[in-house]
Design a protein around this ligand. Structure first.
Ligand code: GAP
Length: 437
């Protein structure tokens, strides 16, 4: 990683701490490698991203149902799904400096990239699933896994959801939830962690229509990132070749984003065929076939999966929104977050703490709070208050000033253009609602 890219990430990490987006986990104990906590603004941003995903993938559609399955599942699920046997990474240790690598990250030089010695072990397969025990006995019969993907919770509920919702194929099931992977090399802030959240959707289709639905979901998911306000030039597709396809996939394409540390996967769209349902059918003896009136046959549905990381999306929106604008003086950092997901939508300030301005500002604050996440601030000069809100990504700042008492108007300052326009207090809710949704 070059110094410049490092610097940008360092500055973003420090902004996240300063403004309450993201903190190191258990920081007062020295932190825990690759674990992070979302602070007041971070948790709000994360919730807004999840709500936007949920609304796009379920509420705005008729053909996708929601699910919230348990993290702990019957351990046989993970044998059937192939994760016990195949969800592994090749692990290499350096016997000299004890550094640890994924073999596929090494350049095949036979040398340790940290100490330069030719003392690397031969690769051994390392299973990425976290194990724990259910109940008081810590023996093999009590082993359960923390799910490494949310998808399996959807597959084992295919019949339950289909029967209770009376959906007909093609239809999907969407879920947001935690997943856990004992990654060998976590890092790059919240990009790769051992505990993370996924936003996954499984779309059940007739096998003859897999190419059509694969293309459809590719397009939908691409458009979702554009709606989120991500810069198109920083997005691209990467299609997996036969050697890097996951064990369940016939075809896989990733949406990648250009992070300061390079182009990296943001979301995968996968054709999982009937791999998962067929295996669960075989293991349980339950008939997971579907009778299709159109095709007059019984078949195991194919699945098109869209699998996004919530934390990775959050990192993407932060990196994409982060800007240093010298025209704003030394307090030059601006988070140009889409108003749709910005944690604070609007800030309200009295210009000074006298002449009846705080009373008017407080009333505006309480009225707007019924609709939006609003922040009230009286501390320091208005310039400093704008700068704090720019760094927090707040798109609009309202200031009550001397003119307010005369004509019931306030200024609204736009974070990105820094333009200030005057508006009637009575029209503020409508003005903001149009710009925030
Ligand atoms: N169900 C399919 C599946 O899990 P994946 O490509 O392994 O596919 C999907 O993961 C998404 O989950 C990734 O594109 C990424 O956004 C997120 N993800 C995976 N591993 C992650 C990790 N260790 N830390 C953060 N996000 C991760």
């Amino acid at each position: 990683m070059g110094k410049k890219t490092n610097d940008k990430m360092d500055r973003l990490v420090s902004l996240c701490k300063r403004r309450g987006y993201i903190f190191p986990s258990s920081e007062i104990y020295g932190g825990l490698n690759s674990c992070w906590d979302y602070g007041p603004l971070g948790s709000e941003l994360k919730r807004n991203i999840k709500t936007f995903w949920w609304e796009s993938m379920t509420n705005r559609r008729d053909d996708v149902e929601g699910l919230d399955a348990a993290i702990l599942m019957h351990p046989e699920v993970w044998k059937t799904s192939g994760h016990v046997a195949e969800f592994t990474d090749p692990l290499v240790d350096c016997k000299t400096c004890k550094a640890r690598f994924r073999a596929d990250d090494l350049q095949n030089t036979g040398r340790c990239p940290v100490c330069g010695n030719e003392t690397l072990t031969t690769p051994r397969q390392f299973n990425l699933m976290f194990k724990t025990f259910m109940g008081p006995l810590e023996d093999d019969s009590a082993v359960v896994f923390l799910r490494p993907e949310t998808a399996q919770g959807i597959y084992v509920n295919f019949l339950n959801v289909k029967n209770s919702s009376r959906q007909k194929i093609p239809f999907g099931i969407a879920q947001i939830g935690k997943a856990f992977r004992n990654e060998i090399t976590p890092g790059n802030f919240i990009f790769r962690t051992r505990e993370f959240e996924q936003m996954e959707m499984q779309y059940f289709i007739h096998p003859s229509e897999d190419d059509k639905w694969f293309e459809y979901w590719r397009q939908e998911r691409w458009n979702w990132y554009l709606e989120l306000g991500i810069n198109t030039e920083k997005l691209r597709w990467h299609e997996h070749g036969p050697d890097d396809l996951a064990h369940y996939a016939k075809k896989a394409c990733d949406i990648e984003y250009e992070f300061p540390f390079g182009w990296k996967e943001l979301e995968g769209v996968h054709n999982r065929t009937d791999f998962d349902l067929s295996r669960h059918q075989e293991a349980t003896g339950k008939d997971l076939r579907y009778i299709d009136e159109r095709f007059e046959e019984k078949f195991v549905p194919y699945i098109i999966e869209t699998s996004a990381g919530c934390d990775r999306t959050l990192l993407t929106v932060l990196v994409d929104a982060y800007d240093e604008d010298p025209s704003r003086g030394d307090k030059s950092t601006v988070l140009r977050l889409s108003p749709k997901i910005a944690p604070i939508k609007v800030a309200v300030f009295p210009l000074v703490k006298k002449d009846g301005m705080p009373e008017i500002a407080e009333k505006i604050y309480h009225d707007l709070k019924k609709k939006f996440k609003v922040f009230y601030d009286t501390g320091g000069s208005v310039g400093r208050r704008y700068a704090r809100m720019d760094e927090a990504g707040c798109p609009f700042c309202i200031t009550v000033d001397g003119q307010t008492k005369e004509d019931d108007t306030v200024t609204v300052r736009d974070r990105d253009s820094m333009e200030q326009t005057r508006h009637k207090i009575a029209e503020l809710t409508d003005f903001l609602a149009k710009r925030i949704r």
